[in-house]
Design a protein around this ligand. Structure first.
Ligand code: DP6
Length: 407
């Protein structure tokens, strides 16, 4: 009976992803249907993750939401879409007669009960690292566990934020654009698991940006309306590139993977410049990083490092394990930290490297002190996960945020 379970809590975590073939532009704003397919690498949750607890109780008066410990508006239409869709799937599953709970033998939770949701990131939201993808993926995954729903969850996460559908899987993930008007075929699929390419490393350069750029949702709306390059990209360029990128990943061909990643990032930013009025996401530091990567690759006569940039100035670099130490040293020398020297490099540990003189003179040409706030080294990682440890709930037994936040 419901009285025996006054409060049920479920906590899950979900990853951030970085696209190597970019999603930019919707054909349906409400359902979040894209004008082209896209492909991303899911980043490891040891470095970047969102944690979400959902609590449900018949005593709750209303649905409520806390983001990073602060109460927020639960009425956001995208969030409401996710809640509605998961509750619809739960209803459907129950009416089909297979709604037994996986948690225990308890009766299914009432769909009429209200929920409390708390979500936090293990990285600063202000750093401009795509937090909406991890956030919505985590919300949908946690709600699905709570209501004991499975099936096509990427379709629900997509309605929170397009890129969130790709965070529903680990490793290398494609979001197939689909054709149907109802979006049922616009789903994410794993191309290869995170174990497929263990040498691949991801170095995030968080730049010291002064102003917040135009948001993705608004930016892509104007781009769809005004950029002929974006139309050409979606219709002609991306379909070819998706097939190529999948092959490069399957073959673990770093040079081809890296080159295509850089080209696709630049074409996305070219569509931003082709938007009217134009949008600039790259700043001077971003451009200095691009030049640095090309000098590094030119020095070695092959693509050993690749960059990609989303809707902001931060750079995400891909490389292989054997190049990490040297790359980190080159980046440190090129963007010497102003004050937080010892906290400049976060994430996976890196041994210090001594740079050969010829690398220094060829690659580290004109250092810009303070332009980069910090570096974060990570790798590909798994998809969303259930947290079994009851001590990790972000909401207490009273359904309110635990006072000691772990961030
Ligand atoms: C540049 O998924 O944030 O990061 O669907 O409007 O929420 P909405 O946009 P969002 O856009 C991400 C754009 C991108 C490229 C990518 O991740 O593919």
């Amino acid at each position: 009976m419901a009285e025996e379970r006054p409060l049920t809590r479920v906590t899950c975590t979900a990853p951030v992803n970085i696209a190597v073939i970019k999603y930019w532009g919707k054909r349906d704003e409400e359902l979040v249907l894209p004008i082209n397919s896209s492909l991303s690498v899911t980043l490891h949750q040891d470095q970047l993750k969102t944690t979400t607890t959902v609590a449900i109780s018949r005593d709750f008066k209303e649905d409520r939401l806390w983001l990073n410990g602060k109460e927020d508006d639960i009425g956001h239409p995208r969030l409401q879409s996710c809640l509605r869709e998961i509750r619809r799937l739960a209803r459907k599953r129950r009416s089909a007669g297979n709604g037994s709970s996986t948690n225990d033998n308890a009766p299914p939770l009432s769909l009429a009960y209200k929920v409390h949701i708390a979500s936090e990131n293990n990285f600063p939201t202000a750093a401009g690292l795509a937090s909406s993808a991890a956030g919505y993926a985590c919300l949908v995954y946690t709600l699905a566990k709570l209501y004991d729903v499975d099936g096509e969850l990427s379709e629900v996460a997509r309605q929170g934020s397009g890129s969130a559908c790709r965070s529903m899987f680990g490793g290398f993930v494609q979001w197939i654009m689909g054709e149907q008007a109802d979006g049922k075929d616009s789903i994410a699929q794993q191309v290869a698991p995170e174990t497929h390419w263990p040498e691949l490393r991801v170095l995030i350069l968080v730049v010291s940006a002064e102003k917040k750029p135009v948001g993705s949702t608004a930016g892509m709306q104007t781009a769809v309306k005004t950029s002929p390059l974006l139309k050409h990209r979606a219709e002609v360029v991306v379909p070819e590139r998706m097939a190529q990128m999948i092959e490069h990943i399957q073959k673990r061909n770093f040079e081809a993977f890296g080159e295509l990643t850089m080209k696709d990032s630049s074409q996305f930013h070219a569509t931003c410049l082709d938007t009217f009025p134009p949008i600039f996401y790259l700043n001077d530091t971003s451009k200095q990083v691009i030049a640095l990567v090309h000098r590094f690759n030119a020095h070695y006569g092959k693509t050993k490092v690749a960059y990609t940039f989303d809707a902001g100035p931060n750079a995400v670099l891909f490389t292989l394990e054997d190049t990490v130490e040297e790359l980190v040293e080159v980046v440190k020398r090129s963007f010497p930290p102003k004050n937080n020297g010892d906290q400049f490099l976060k994430g996976l540990p890196v041994k210090g490297a001594t740079l050969p003189e010829e690398v220094l003179s060829a690659v580290v040409t004109d250092p810009v002190p303070g332009a980069i706030r910090y570096l974060l080294l990570t790798k590909a990682g798994p998809g969303p996960m259930l947290v079994e440890d009851a001590n990790c709930h972000l909401l207490g037994a009273d359904g309110l945020p635990q006072s000691s936040s772990s961030s």
